[in-house]
Design a protein around this ligand. Structure first.
Ligand code: ZN
Length: 80
């Protein structure tokens, strides 16, 4: 699994709507990939925050910003 693939399925992973196979592949990727772990952590915190306050769904713009953040990081470190 590449970082791009991992990012694409992270939201579903947190919603536990991935197949077992895909979830296992993602977990294997996360073990070796610090940027994706950081992304997951940020994403989860943001989601928990929006859940607590309710009435505020995860804005699409926020998701896009997180994606851009990770892509920039990957480009800098050359990990992609
Ligand atoms: Zn990754």
């Amino acid at each position: 699994m590449t970082c791009k693939e991992a990012i694409d399925v992270l939201a579903d992973f947190l919603e536990q709507s991935l197949t077992d196979e895909l979830a296992a592949a993602l977990e294997r990727h996360l073990v070796d990939c610090a940027p994706c772990r950081a992304y997951l952590s940020t994403y989860r915190k943001t989601r928990d925050l929006t859940r607590r306050t309710e009435r505020v769904p995860m804005p699409e713009e926020m998701k896009q910003r997180l994606h851009q953040f990770l892509r920039k990081r990957l480009r800098r470190t050359g990990a992609d």
